[in-house]
Each structure stands twice: as C-alpha cells, then as structure tokens.
Design a protein around this ligand. Structure first.
Ligand code: HEM
Ligand code: HEM
Length: 204
C-alpha cells in the first residue's frame, strides 16, 4: 500500500508535536541539574510516572520510529534545496541518527547492563575519560538540530500565511536559543560524580 505525501506529512506533523512535548520536558529535566542532583532525580521520577510504563513507552518508541521513517521519506522527495530548507533536512537527518543511537543506548543500558538509566547514565558519557570529546558534539548537535528543525518549520508556516514578510530573524533567534540551551545543559551535566556501576559499560 502506497501512502500519499500529504498523509505522510500529516503523520510527521502530529507525531512531531507529541515527540516535541516529550523532548521539551526531557530537556527541561536536564536543566534542573542547576537546582542540584536531588531536584533533577525528583523531577525525573515524577515525569517517569507518565512515560515509564509499558503502554506509553512503547508508544513513545513507536512515535520515534514513525518520525524517522516519515521524515526520511519526505527528505528523499526534496531536491535542489536552499538555505533554510537545507537546514531543515540536514537537522532531520542528524535527528534520525541521534534518536536511533540514543534510544538504543538507553535500552541497552537498562536491559543488558541492568542500570537505572537516570542522571548518572546520561552524564557518564560527559564525564568519563576521553568520552566527552565524542559526546559533547553528539548531544550538542542533537539539541541544536531539534531547535533548528522547529525554527525552520515555524518559518515556513509563517511564510505560507504572510508570503510578503521575512521570518529569517525569528528563525535565527530560535536557533540561537537552541545553541544556548545546548551549551547550558552540557555545562550543567559536566562535573556530576559518576557512581562506579555506571562506569562498567565504558570498560572502567
Ligand atoms: C525530533 C523529531 C522531529 C520533530 C519534532 C519533527 C517535526 C516536524 C514538523 C512538525 C514538520 C512540519 C510538517 C508540516 O509541514 O506540516 C517537519 C517537517 C519535516 N521534517 Fe521533521 N521532525 C522530526 C524529525 C525528523 C526527522 C528524523 C527527519 C528525517 C530526515 C525529518 C525530516 C523532515 C522534513 C524533510 C520536513 C519537511 C517537510 C516539507 O516541508 O515538505 N524530521 N518536521
Ligand atoms: C545532554 C543531552 C541528553 C541526555 C544526557 C539524555 C539522557 C537521557 C536519559 C538518561 C534517558 C533515559 C530516561 C529514563 O530512563 O527515564 C533518555 C531518554 C530519552 N531521550 Fe534523552 N538525553 C539527552 C538529549 C536528548 C535529545 C536532544 C533527544 C531528542 C532529540 C532525546 C530523546 C530521548 C528519548 C526519545 C528518550 C526515551 C527513550 C526511552 O524511554 O526508551 N534526548 N535520555
């Protein structure tokens, strides 16, 4: 069965809205590190009541997959891209790579290493040995790509409503906010003391 391009776009739009809600709260959770580890873990525990159950988490992982498959399908149809369209598609490709790697890492940490994939699991990569050299750009680009993707969508939606106006400045503000949030979030997670059991997956 062949699904039409407009249906794929609608699916990508609605699953994108749902996923954005999760990601926004998830990123805010990482920022709570500035209030201390206890507040971070407390916030995570309350948020987990919503998504860490078999139904919601299965749905969440399903939405991630739908987002990637529908996004790549739309990206393949786009040709001769310029400026913001390029940013839109490239940020989508990086999000595809990141989401597959990130969700797989969480599932491996939980199912294979029997770890609680909490603050210490996420922060381990940013604090052990030479791993930050890889993981600072890895997480930084993911947060940056998320905001860039959103900025490009809002720009194009506003342009459709008001074709005579220019929304490049608004898009740049959202992209710059993404950069600032990425920097703040990574700085906040650097310096967390990693318990010994979270060093095992890294061969330490
Ligand atoms: C965090 C995950 C993502 C979110 C929240 C998200 C959200 C969205 C939204 C809301 C749109 C606008 C759809 C519309 O025009 O009504 C869109 C467009 C698009 N997305 Fe994503 N997306 C995500 C991941 C991806 C991925 C992984 C790709 C893969 C390459 C991708 C590629 C695209 C493309 C190419 C468009 C432009 C469609 C067009 O204008 O024809 N997205 N995205
Ligand atoms: C410094 C940045 C980040 C860190 C340290 C981090 C860390 C984590 C951790 C530890 C979990 C497991 C949560 C739990 O067990 O309850 C998780 C889950 C998740 N993260 Fe991130 N994350 C980061 C950024 C992102 C970004 C930018 C996205 C999306 C674009 C994202 C998407 C997800 C998703 C979809 C899950 C759910 C996986 C599942 O429940 O199976 N994360 N993340």
């Amino acid at each position: 069965m062949k699904i039409s391009a407009s249906i794929i776009r609608k699916i990508h739009f609605y699953s994108g809205l749902t996923l954005s809600l999760f990601i926004s709260i998830h990123l805010f959770n990482h920022l709570t590190i500035y209030w201390g580890e206890d507040i971070y873990l407390e916030f995570m525990e309350s948020f987990r009541v919503v998504y860490r159950n078999i139904i919601v988490e299965t749905l969440l992982i399903g939405i991630v997959m739908i987002q990637i498959v529908s996004g790549i399908n739309m990206a393949k149809r786009k040709k001769f891209l310029k400026s913001y369209d390029k940013l839109h598609v490239y940020s989508g490709f990086y999000l595809s790579f990141f989401l597959i790697a990130h969700v797989s890492a969480i599932l491996i940490g939980r199912c294979y290493f029997n770890l609680d994939t909490n603050l210490y699991f996420g922060a381990a990569t940013l604090n052990l040995s030479i791993f930050p050299l890889i993981f600072i750009p890895y997480y930084g680009l993911a947060i940056f790509s998320f905001f860039t993707h959103i900025a490009c969508i809002l720009r194009i939606k506003m342009l459709i409503r008001n074709p005579e106006k220019n929304y490049n400045f608004h898009a740049k503000i959202i992209i710059a906010s993404g950069l600032i949030i990425a920097i703040l979030l990574i700085i906040g997670l650097i310096g967390v003391n990693i318990p010994v059991e979270y060093k095992v997956p890294f061969g330490m």
